[in-house]
Design a protein around this ligand. Sequence first.
Ligand code: GLN
Length: 542
Amino acid sequence: MPKHIFVTGGVVSSLGKGLTASSLGRLLKMRGLRVTMQKLDPYINVDPGTMNPYEHGEVFVTDDGGETDLDLGHYERFIDESLTRSSNATTGSIYQAVLAAERRGDYLGKTVQVIPHITDEIKRRIQRVSTDDVDVVITEVGGTVGDIEILPFLEAIRQFRKDAGRDNVCYVHVTLVPFIGPAGEQKTKPTQHSVTELRSRGIQPDIIVCRSEAPLSEELKRKISNLCDVDEQAVVNAADARNIYELPLILHDEGLDTVALEVLRLETEEIDLQPWTALVHTVEAATRPVRIGLIGKYVQLPDAYLSVVESLKHAGFHHGAGVEIEWIQAEDVEGLLAQDRLAALDGLVIPGGFGARGFEGKIAAARYARENEIPCLGLCLGLHAMTVEFARDVAGLAEANSTEFEPTTRHPVIDLMHDQREVTEKGGTMRLGAYYAVLSPGTRVHTAYGEPVVSERHRHRFEFNPQYRSRLEQAGLICSGVSPDRRLVEFIELADHPYWVATQAHPEFKSRPDRPHPLFRDLIGAALDRSANRIDGMQTTN
Ligand code: GLN
C-alpha cells in the first residue's frame, strides 16, 4: 500500500505550499520512489474551468481533459509525471458525487451528513490516486487552516491516518514566520496559532515547514519545536529562494525528505541530487537577456499565464538566456504601436484567452510581428488572432473574424466546432485534453518537434475554419499540422519569416525545466538571433 503525505498551510495563503509539496515529490523521486500528487480544493466550483483567471489564475489542463488547479502544473513540472483529472478534487465535485448517490438511492433511509458522507467521499478521492504503481501519494489541501471550508478536508485526513495506520501517513504543515520591521525580529506566534488550530482538529503535524524571508536561526527553530511539539529536526526552514527550482535543494539541505521518510518508516536508495543540481546551475547561468512581450488580457495577474511564463523560462535555460517578460495589456497594443514601443522586443507570445476584450489588440500585435519579422508564437486564441490578421491583411478578406466575437462575420475564418453547436452547459464542455496532430515534413514545427506525430493538450470551442484553408494557403499560409483525420488545422506557420508559428493547442502544459517545449525553445532561439542582429545593427549605425 502506498504511503501518504498530507500538506496543509497556515497563517496566510500564497505561501508556496504547492511548490513545497512539489519539491518534496521531486526529492522522493530522486530517491527512487514512485510518486504521485493530488490537490484537494475547498471551493464549491466543480472545477476551476468556469472561473475567471483573475479569481484563480491559470486553469491547468491534463492529458485526459481535466480542467484543474494551477498547482498541478507545478506538480507535473517538478515530479515530471503526467497527472489526470483524479489529481484534483473540489468541495463542489465531492458534493456533486454525494448528491448524485443520494438521488440514486444509495443512502436510502439514512440522513446524509458532512460526517461521514462528505468525509468518506474525500477519503475515496484520496484512495483513487493511491494505486499499486505508486509508493507515495502527496496530497495538498488547498486553503488555509482556520478557514470554514477546509474543515471536512481536515477531518478526512485526520481519519485517514487512523484508517491507514500511523506509520503510513505524514502530516506536513507549511507556515509563515514573518519579519516584523520595527521589532527587528522574526516572529513565531502565527505559526504557534496555526498549529494550535490544526491540533484542535485532531492533527498534530509531523513536520513544520517555515517560510521566511531570511533564514531562521537555530534558536528560533528550537522555539518552534518546543512550542509546537515537533522534533527539532522536523522544523524545516524554506527561506526565500532565488528561483523556484532551487527549492528542492534547499529543502533537502534542511532535511525535509529525510524526516518525512523517518515518519513513514520508509527506506530508500541514496538520493541522487546530481541532475537537479545541474539544472539549478543551468538556471543560474541563464543570464543573456532576451525580451519577450506577452500580449494578454489578464496581465495584472501573472498567475493567469503561469505555464506560459514557466515555458518561456525553460526555453531560456536551454539557450543560457534570462527571459524578461514585458507584460502587455492587449487593449493597449494599438497605442503602443503608435509610439513604436514594441520594436525593442525580441519576440512575442500571444497566449490563449476568452472573450472579445483585447482581441483586436492581439490582431494588431500579430500584424506588427509579421510585418516586422518579430518572432511570434500564438497559442490557441493566439492562433485565432494570427489567422484573422493573415486573412485580413494578406489574403484580402478585410472582414475576416472569429465567430466567437462577431457571430455574423462575412468571413468566419475561425468558427465554432461542429460538436459544440448544441452544447448549452458551460462547465467541461470544450474540446479538452490531449489530441494527436500529424506534422508536414520539412515544416518548422516538424523540425522543432523532430517527430511526425505529436500530442498536445487542448481547451477551446472555436477553431480554424477548414472552408478557408485553401484560400489562406494560396495566400502563403502553411498549415503545418493537422488532426489525424485531416479535418482540423492544429498548427500554422509562415515560411518567409524568422519565426511565425501558432498552434490550436496549449503546448505550455508540457514544458519541463530540463526539457523545454520545442515551440518555446525555437521561439527563444529566434528571439536571441533578433536580439544579436539588433545589437549588431546598433553598432554599425554608431
Ligand atoms: N476562446 C477561444 C475558444 O474557445 C480560445 C480558447 C483558448 O485560448 N484557450 O475557442
